[in-house]
Design a protein around this ligand. Sequence first.
Ligand code: SF4
Length: 409
Amino acid sequence: MDNNYIQGDIFNYTEEKKEKEPEHFETRSKKDFYFSYSKFSLYSECPLKYRFKYIDKIPEKPKAFFYLGRVVHSVLEFFYSRVPPPDITELINYLKTEWERIPFDQRGYATKEAENLDINKTINIIKNFYIKHKDNDKIPFLLEYKTFVPIDNIVANIIADKIEYEGNGKISIVDYKTGREGNRNNDQLYFYQKISEIDPQMIEKINKKYNENVKRVEVNKMVYYYVEKLKTVEFSRANDTEIERFWERVLMTVENIQSKKFEPKPTEKSCSWCDYKQVCPVYNDKKTNSLSELTTEFIKLKNNIEELEDKKKKIEKEIISMMGENNELYDTSLNLKFEKNMKYEFKSTDELVEILKANDLYEKVSRPTVRAVLELLKSDEINSQIKDKIKKLSNISYQIVVKEEKQKE
Ligand code: SF4
């Protein structure tokens, strides 16, 4: 089997629709354990999410991307319902009717504008699909085929978008993908292959429709059809060992569900798309923990910064003292210039203003800023006695400014 399968895609209507209760559920025993690929996939993603959805039956919010997928699937089913296919006008009308089938608030759109964008997108998807396939002259073997197959104490169900019969009991299963092409794992393909090949209803349908007498069905290939890109990705049949190993995982999952093992499995991806965040204790704990983790980290960093600032000040003082009377120092190994900048501060602005006013100097400085007073100290307009008084009020310190500059030759 081709191993280039792609990872499960949340924008996949096919998987979502499988979660609906089987049509003939009432005719089966209530004790039957119905299991589908989407259930398996959800449990694998997060067992607690599975419990919220399938055991506690807490409804999820409608999702716009599932809605678009539902309508596309429905229009394609209509397209293949006859030969020649319905023309584009009929398809678009069908699309519009399908779109209106349920009320706006159940379609998953926040605004009408957002919905209109998706309606136009869907119309384009269908137009392009029509252009490519309008000459189709064959009604597929099965469309939207649902089956429920009892196996290993469960009832496994699949819903295939389209199944083509290739003769001699061989089929190909087509799954429409309305989401983007991404990395998928093989699980969906394995699940479909396993169930299709043991489905007695499938054999019956082949023999009836093609007047054959096949005893077993074999999946020849599985096809993912990316509707928006009109791209087909084909996978050949998995071998029996692959299927056996996969089925062991399915049965283990069923056993875990029946033993009520619903351990949460929080991951950024699954939690961000999860509708159960409000009721999920793990998610809420995680949020609290991460807030407390952040505040602890913040305090740690703050303390580190203070410690480093102290250390920096001590070293700065040492460098300044080593510079002596020089205002510049070059470190040729680092290619840096260290400049000594004087920092002048007044201990008391009130006292300074008093001195300036008493000596008729206040008017000479528009405001007693450090720069203005320093200019005054440099001038000859005031005597040394006043200069000393002002100097006594001041604190002088030095700071190092580092500049990237080559030493001048
Ligand atoms: S929020 Fe995360 S951990 Fe909680 S149920 Fe959802 S996916 Fe699981």
